[in-house]
Write a protein that binds this ligand. Structure first.
Ligand code: ADP
Length: 491
């Protein structure tokens, strides 16, 4: 089944390639867009056609709605897949697509708009009987109101931008003294980052787990969930490691949470793929928000369910019914994803763009690598620092961890600093191995202070790999690259 003749991917990097791979399997021609900073990007080479969309700055390129829709029409693409980030949760974009008769691969624009407001979506879910984190009913606009609400729910509290995402602008406040400055800062950041200064206040849960459910819904009233993922290992409230299923899940808890997730989908009139996010603490769970798009970590759900989520997204967008129901689905084994970011964990995770001087990705059983980089590629400084996703599957969690460790030890990325050594440290941490994860894991386990040891190990590893994998000229090239890496580290 082809669904469409031609589809435009309004994104870049690994996710653009992920979508194009699904298209190629379905026989759909692909149209890439790229910015002036992405002339040599892999997604441009992978596509059947590629169009320059504008300058490097996202507002001129990957966020340039008019130009993207124009390219779709001129190239004859019938549908647009937005990936994640950029325009994926922009209801205006989805609406313009609809007005211009281009199919948007995602939910309807009204659903995106409703779920784009943390305040509005929480209220909607509360009305539908789904538990939500205690907090403000509506937005908070002044300090007196904020003091009153925070006093009622009790400190600590968290302040969030209602229109927010990516952990941007979140402030944790421990007492009334800190509230005024935090509210002012949160409103300022919310206004500049999202064009909407509305903030909400919630009870700040200590050491919760982040657990989410993947859902799929078609346009004919059928909806299923594809089980849970846990994304508790985070830095700056952003996910670093995800796994499926959650190590804390029981059949009884899964029944309750999945029923809530499907209720969220139904209450929001949901179609296509989406993720319902919850916080879990002390046996209770609370709806946090719904992401109305494909998630970075959809890969691990694909591993444990065998469902190709992107293929289903395209089929649903073409008006097809889901080819399975809940009773056809089950969990097989355990999968983990490590986000490989070009950043320096030891320097506050600051981005470290630059040229990849040596690259070799791992393989073998149960390993999946989604990346947009290659040897000689220069990572532009203009976009997100995630350059690859490394996923490992095996029949049990412990085996998946072991396999991930093996895959990390095969992965060579030289020229930029990455989160690889950090992942290696976490895969060796006893609490992680025991499944005792929560959103403060990195700080509490002092992972960063153990990194030095693993960074040293990494150097040994690279030198060993240089010897064991390489032959002749290759050995010389790899050794030179390792030396450059070590030299860079000294500088
Ligand atoms: P964003 O949309 O900006 O990504 P989310 O609302 O999804 O923000 O929250 C991201 C992360 O922030 C969560 O996974 C969790 O670590 C933390 N967080 C959010 N709300 C709370 C809360 N009420 N208590 C504790 N941690 C929270």
């Amino acid at each position: 089944m082809k669904y469409f003749e031609k589809l435009l991917i309004a994104n870049r990097g690994e996710i653009a390639i992920r979508v194009m791979r699904a298209c190629r399997e379905l026989g759909i021609e692909t149209v890439a867009i790229y910015s002036a900073a992405d002339n040599n990007a892999l997604h441009v080479k992978y596509a059947d056609e590629a169009f320059l969309v504008g300058d490097a700055h996202p507002s001129k390129s990957y966020l340039n709605i008019e130009r993207i829709v124009d390219i779709a029409k001129k190239s004859g693409a019938e549908a647009i897949h937005p990936g994640y980030g950029f325009l994926a949760e922009n209801y205006r974009f989805a609406k313009i697509c609809q007005d211009e008769n281009v199919i948007f691969v995602g939910p309807g624009w009204k659903t995106i708009r409703a779920m784009g407001s943390k305040i509005g979506s929480k209220q909607m879910m509360k009305d539908a009987g789904v538990p939500v984190v205690p907090g403000t009913e509506g937005g908070v606009n002044n300090i007196d109101e904020a003091k009153k609400v925070a006093g009622e729910i009790g400190y600590p509290v968290i302040i969030k931008a209602s229109a927010g995402g990516g952990g941007i602008g979140m402030q944790i406040v421990n007492d009334e003294q800190g509230l005024q400055d935090a509210i002012a800062a949160a409103m300022r950041i919310a206004e500049s980052a999202f064009g909407d200064a509305t903030v909400l206040i919630e009870k700040y849960l200590e050491k919760p787990r982040h657990i989410e459910f993947q859902v799929l819904a078609d346009e004919h009233g059928n909806a299923v969930h594809l089980y849970d993922r846990e994304c508790s290992i985070q830095r700056r409230h952003q996910k670093l490691i995800e796994e499926a299923p959650s190590p804390v899940m029981t059949p009884e808890l899964r029944d309750r949470m999945s029923a809530s997730a499907l209720k969220v989908a139904e209450a929001s009139d949901y179609t296509n793929a989406g993720t319902v996010e919850f916080l879990y603490s002390d046996g209770r769970y609370y709806f946090m928000e719904m992401n109305t798009r494909l998630q970075v970590e959809h890969t691990i759900t694909e591993f444990i369910t065998g469902v190709d989520i992107v293929r289903q997204q395209i089929a649903i967008a073409a008006g097809e019914s889901l080819p399975f129901d809940q009773s056809d689905l089950s969990i097989r084994g355990h999968a983990i994803e490590c986000r490989i970011n070009a950043e320096d964990p030891l320097n506050n995770f600051s981005a470290d763009p630059g040229k990849i001087i040596r690259y070799r990705s791992p393989g073998g059983p149960g390993i999946r690598v989604d990346s947009g980089i290659h040897m000689g590629y220069r990572i532009p400084p203009n976009y997100d620092s995630m350059i690859a996703k490394l996923c490992a599957w095996d029949s049990t969690r412990v085996e998946a961890i072991t396999r991930m460790r093996r895959a990390i030890s095969e992965y060579i990325i030289l020229g930029v600093k990455t989160t690889l050594p950090l992942h290696y440290a976490i895969m060796n941490n006893q609490q992680f191995i025991a499944g005792n994860t929560h959103t403060h894991f990195l700080q509490e386990e002092h992972i960063l202070s153990t990194l030095d040891r693993y960074t040293r190990d990494e150097e040994t590893r690279m030198q060993t790999l240089a010897g064991s994998f390489g032959q002749g000229k290759k050995v010389a090239a790899i050794s030179a690259a390792v030396n450059t890496y070590l030299q860079q580290k000294k500088d």
